[in-house]
Ligand binder design. Structure first.
Ligand code: 4NP
Length: 160
C-alpha cells in the first residue's frame, strides 16, 4: 500500500507545525496506521533551522504527553513532489506555499488546517501564531491541533 505523506507547515517550524506533527503521529500510532502514513513538518522561514521546538511549546505539549523532538527545517521545493498533502496553519502560510508551488498539481496539495477544525470552529478557522502570546496561546494551539488532526486523519484514512 502506498503511504500517504502529510507535511504540516507554519512560519518558524518551532511552534505550530512540529506540534501538529506530534499530535498527528500519536493519533496515527494509536490507530495502528503507522505503515500507512508518513508525517513531517517544515517552516516557510529558515531562521530556526536545526532547532528543537520552542521550549514553551515543548512544555505545554509534554503536559499532554507529547514529546516533540523534530528539528526545524525550511520547506524545500522538493517537498511539493514528495508529499501528498501540505497543510498550512494560517492564511499567510498558505500564500507563501502557493507562491512556492510550481504547478497546479502542487497547488492542489495545499490544504488549510482550519478546514479540519470542527469543535472550535465557532471561534477559529485557522491556527493562530502563539509566538508572542502567553500560556493560553499555546494551550489554544494544542486544542485546535487535537481537534483538526483527528478530522484530518479521518478524512485521509477512510478514502484511501
Ligand atoms: P510557528 O511560530 O510559525 O508556529 O513556528 C513562530 C516561530 C517563530 C517566529 C514566529 C512564529 N519568529 O518570528 O521567529
Amino acid at each position: 500500500m502506498k503511504k500517504i505523506k502529510i507535511l504540516f507547515v507554519c512560519l518558524g517550524n518551532i511552534c505550530r507545525s512540529p506540534a501538529a506533527q506530534g499530535v498527528m503521529q500519536r493519533l496515527v500510532d494509536e490507530r495502528g496506521l503507522g505503515k500507512q502514513f508518513e508525517i513531517d513538518s517544515a517552516g516557510t522561514y529558515s531562521g530556526h533551522r536545526g532547532q528543537l521546538p520552542d521550549p514553551r511549546m515543548r512544555r505545554h505539549a509534554s503536559r499532554r504527553s507529547y514529546n516533540l523532538t523534530h528539528r526545524a527545517r525550511p520547506i524545500d521545493y522538493s517537498d511539493f513532489d514528495y508529499f501528498d498533502v501540505i497543510v498550512a496553519m494560517d492564511e499567510s502560510n498558505r500564500r507563501n506555499l502557493m507562491r512556492m508551488a510550481g504547478c497546479p498539481a502542487h497547488e492542489r496539495k495545499i490544504v488549510m488546517m482550519g478546514d479540519y477544525i470542527v469543535k472550535l470552529r465557532a471561534h477559529y478557522d485557522y491556527v493562530p501564531d502563539p509566538y508572542y502570546e502567553g500560556a493560553e496561546g499555546f494551550e489554544l494551539v494544542l486544542d485546535l491541533l487535537e481537534d483538526a488532526c483527528s478530522n484530518l486523519l479521518n478524512r485521509f484514512s477512510t478514502t484511501n
